[in-house]
Design a protein around this ligand. Sequence first.
Ligand code: UN1
Length: 513
Amino acid sequence: ASQFGINEALEKLDIKFINEGTSTGLENFSSGEILDSYSPVDGKLIASVKMSTVEDYEKVMQSAKEAFKTFRLIPAPQRGEIVRQFGEKLRQNKEALGKLVSYEMGKSLQEGYGEVQEMIDICDFAVGLSRQLHGLTMHSERPGHRMYEQYHSLGIVGIISAFNFPVAVWAWNTALAWISGDVCVWKPSEKTPLCGIACQNIIAQVIKENNLPEGISCLINGDFSIGELMTADTRIPLISATGSTRMGKIVAQAVAGRLGKSLLELGGNNAIIVTPDADIKMTVIGAVFGAVGTAGQRCTSTRRLIIHESIYDRVKEALVVAYKQLRIGNPLDENNHVGPLIDIHAVEMYAKALSSVVAEGGTIIVEGGILSGDGYESGCYVKPAIAEAQNSFEIVQHETFAPVLYLIKYSGEVDNAIALQNGVAQGLSSAIMTNNLREAERFLSVTGSDCGIANVNIGTSGAEIGGAFGGEKETGGGRESGSDAWKIYMRRQTNTINYTTNLPLAQGIKFDL
Ligand code: UN1
């Protein structure tokens, strides 16, 4: 249960009415225009942030560059200790930060806390990893030679993150980057700048307490133009960007143009296949949470249900009943399931999707609509909707960041469902609901799901941090968070050492002088 209100949360997180939106970890400064942050919860102005100018950006980059020179010399397990302390600070601030996430972004309070929990989890993961940045050893083909590989710190990591996970995605990147000895420059979404300030204020305490170089964590604020400085900047070897496929293509081209590395986490069009052997009760819980959780604004949100014709009507009816029970309203009230969309523009996209699906021949089975009146003053609250559709519809092929679920019927074998599931441009998350081992294994096989994430008997969203997170095709191919995702934050070096008095050449080449 909640211990304090949003104003106290802002106070605890040291959010002022006007915040300096540029920071090098210890020093806050900004000379740009004002960016106001309005809450989609009640439409009120929460606070404002001064945006970063080109000059501010330069200052940040200088500070990051300086910090990298010394931070990379700190042994990795000691860098892990810094991340451990950051995780502790996050634990102390979980309630305040979770509340701010909920209020500034609009997701339910539980999901706000869940997001901070993901930050804590990735810190724990990174602490352990800080002693496990292993390379391989190889047997040389030459006598008296040894080969091995080692991972060195990469440099400045640029992080461009989205509004929907305004704090966790930054932490997935920074926690791994820091144990790797990298320093970070973060541009949060201009829709959630206060979440960025709050995170920076928390890490600033750790930086100060440990007398660390301040540039290890830098923050800049502004629109795409400040992001463009990062993507073009040869001082940033890795850009990690989360957002729309449209944005990702621009970032990818700019970074590739200078042969930098990019880690892209872009749009999804995630489906759950429901086979005749599915547990219907589990299917409904998984599908409803996947479709309406975070008001359908997760990259992993369930957009499509591909249901076998033999159970289609049963699933459809169960969904209609479940949707009737959804409570839409203030996300800080833990009785509500669904909060607002991020802004009016998102509401317009939602309304457009519903009219498009009808125009293309779909049938609405759970009516949508924009809510108004008491408690809905911000104009951002919408009713989660369900439409029967064809996979080939233009609107179904696109990701609409809103709670709109499409039901698609399949007949025959599970392969037909897999073809529909793969028949979109995106490839982030996917799931199958079945108790049939053959169907499940087909779905997971090389001819099965083409997504980065493929689940059996759980939904498409809510991935744990321990696995590598990301997807294929238009999702961008990046992997962040768990498994060996850390490798992209380091540069790999292959070393061959000769401890003889001869110089034999590889491939048997003779070169006598
Ligand atoms: C995102 O939507 O950008 O799997 C990330 C999930 C969360 C992360 C989503 N753990 O739904």
